[in-house]
Design a protein around this ligand. Structure first.
Ligand code: HEM
Length: 398
């Protein structure tokens, strides 16, 4: 019988998700937020002009100083203007004509390094790819050495949550953060700004220099690209690799299929394993939704992407099964809501998919490539998402 995943009764109960158990145990919507589980209602809210960003530290963002905060926290005309100014950096043509060269160059270095060392932590390799690509888009290309840029960004982002409570810990935490941000400013951001004052380029820093952003504004914008673009992609690459190492048929399909099929596989993995799980919005008006996205003025809504992405109304049966043909069959965008939707939808979605595709395509073709140690899934409460640590890959020497 040629059964499809959508109709096959033998697949009942199958759950291919690797991050779901930990997410179920740890997901913490903002206090007082109403959780929205359905895909149609969630998408309607994210697309509504009657909501404002309420995720991350939006409540603390000082909207009266828009040039000191990332555009992630802005809405309306100012948000549109700031996004439009950098939209070209994420356009499909720019990816092909400019970013793919960075992706291939980085992958050459990663492959040479892996073949020479024999084995390496996978998240270290995926981090290098994520940093190099985002650094090119942002314009962080004048650092003393790029490897140090990756380490300095990592130091700031990894330590950006105060893990221990109490005043003394807060002081220690703040001091450490200031030192790390100071190093990033001195070695990475300031040289890039000075270079662009002399010769502007097509990148985020050139735009910020032209618009006279404050020092704080520039640091905030760069770090939000770091969090939004680097940390997410690092995890996504490791998650896809883990699925492909584990499933020989899927790996074979990935390596023999065309680009379109490769993207379908990656997007389906992202549907099941969204790196960001919750998006928050605040209603500025009471409104009735036609898809269930009703809201009351002042209400905070939490869109649960994991539930929305596995809503049978839009996935068809067997929603927890990894089925790369699903999106096409259901006529839905492949990653479902994993890149968000509406005005804040991830501008880097295509960039992330391309770099992941190139990374995996090159890595899985290496002679002797194997996963010698599986990752541990851990929870990052700050981004309300998973992190995969401890995966080690090995390959034959060149
Ligand atoms: C697999 C990798 C990625 C995932 C899962 C991801 C996910 C997301 C999601 C869910 C949002 C929407 C946030 C919201 O609506 O509140 C978002 C926004 C954003 N992402 Fe990504 N992202 C990824 C990669 C990237 C990359 C590579 C970049 C840039 C180099 C990037 C830059 C951004 C920015 C700047 C925003 C804020 C957009 C706005 O507020 O208008 N992301 N991302």
């Amino acid at each position: 019988m040629n059964a499809t995943a959508a109709s096959c009764p033998v697949h009942e109960g199958r759950d291919d998700r690797k991050s779901a158990r930990l997410a179920d145990a740890n997901l913490t919507p903002q206090q007082g937020a109403r959780v929205v589980h359905g895909f149609a209602a969630g998408r309607e809210i994210l697309r509504s002009p009657k909501v404002r960003q309420a995720g991350a530290t939006a409540a603390e963002a000082d909207l009266s100083k828009p040039d000191e905060i990332s555009f992630f926290f802005l809405d309306g005309d100012l948000h549109r203007k700031r996004r439009a100014a950098v939209a070209g950096l994420f356009a499909p043509k720019t990816i092909v004509t400019r970013h793919q060269a960075v992706m291939n160059r980085t992958m050459d270095a990663i492959v040479a390094d892996l073949q020479q060392r024999g084995s390496a932590p996978l998240d270290e390799l995926s981090w290098q790819m994520a940093v190099d690509v985002a650094a090119e888009i942002v314009g962080l290309t004048n650092s003393d050495t790029n490897h140090n840029l990756a380490n300095r960004v990592k130091a700031v982002l990894d330590s950006s949550i105060q893990r221990k409570p109490g005043l003394i810990n807060k002081l220690i935490f703040t001091a450490k953060m200031m030192v790390r941000v100071g190093r990033f400013w001195k070695h990475d951001l300031l040289p890039a700004i000075e270079a662009r004052r002399v010769e502007p380029k097509d990148d985020v820093i050139s735009y910020m220099v032209k618009e006279n952003y404050s020092k704080k504004g520039m640091i905030m914008e760069c770090l939000s690209y770091g969090g939004a673009g680097m940390m997410t992609t690092r995890e996504f690459i490791v998650m896809c690799a883990w699925h492909l190492f584990e499933k020989p048929d899927l790996r074979e399909r990935f390596l023999t299929g065309g680009e379109e099929d490769q993207f379908a596989i990656l997007e389906e993995i992202l549907r099941l394993e969204p790196v960001a799980s919750l998006l928050h919005r605040r209603a500025v008006e009471t409104a009735e939704g036609s898809q269930g996205g009703d809201m009351t003025e002042g209400e905070i809504m939490c869109i649960n992407l994991r539930d929305a992405n596995t809503d049978e109304a839009i996935t068809g049966p067997c929603p927890y099964e990894l089925d790369p043909d699903r999106a096409k069959r259901m006529k839905v965008v492949g990653p479902y809501l994993s890149f968000g939707d509406g005005p804040h939808r991830c501008p880097g979605a295509q960039v992330a998919l391309h770099e992941t595709r190139i990374f995996l395509d090159r890595m899985f073709r290496l002679p002797g490539i194997r996963l010698v140690s599986e990752p541990e899934v851990i929870w990052n409460p700050q981004i309300q998402g998973y992190e995969l640590r401890g995966a080690v890959v090995a390959c034959d020497p060149a």
